[in-house]
Design a protein. Structure first.
Length: 111
C-alpha cells in the first residue's frame, strides 16, 4: 500500500464518516496515524478489547474502544459553513500556510 506522509485531517478536527458501517456519524479526531493513512475518531469504529485477569483484576474485563479508520473515509466539517468539505491549502501574503474550505473559501486554521 502507498505510504502517506501527510494527512489533510488534524487532531481535534470535527469529521463525518462518508463510507462504511458508521456512515453519517460525526466525531472529533483523537489521533492521526499518517504512516498508515488512518485516523482514530471519537465514538467511531468501536472495537471490543479483552483484558486478561490479573491479581489486581481477577475477573478480567471486556472494554470498548475506538479503532483506526482510513482517512479517506472521513471528511472535515467546516467550522464556518457547517458542511462536510474537502480541504485545500493556501499560502498567505505573510508566508504562512493555511487550510481552506473548498465550499465557502474560509480559512479553517493555520498549519
Amino acid at each position: 500500500m502507498n505510504k502517506v506522509k501527510y494527512l489533510d485531517i488534524k487532531k481535534g478536527d470535527l469529521v463525518v464518516v462518508i463510507a462504511g458501517k458508521d456512515k453519517g456519524k460525526q466525531g472529533k479526531v483523537l489521533k492521526t496515524i499518517p504512516e498508515e493513512g488512518k485516523v482514530i475518531v471519537e465514538g467511531i469504529n468501536m472495537q471490543t478489547h479483552f483484558l486478561r485477569p490479573t491479581q489486581d483484576m481477577p475477573q478480567g474485563k471486556i472494554t470498548k474502544r475506538e479503532g483506526p479508520i482510513y482517512a479517506h473515509k472521513v471528511m472535515v466539517i467546516c467550522p464556518h459553513c457547517h458542511t462536510k468539505t474537502r480541504v485545500s491549502h493556501k499560502i498567505l501574503e505573510d508566508g504562512t500556510s493555511v487550510r481552506v474550505c473548498k465550499n465557502c473559501h474560509e480559512v479553517i486554521d493555520k498549519i
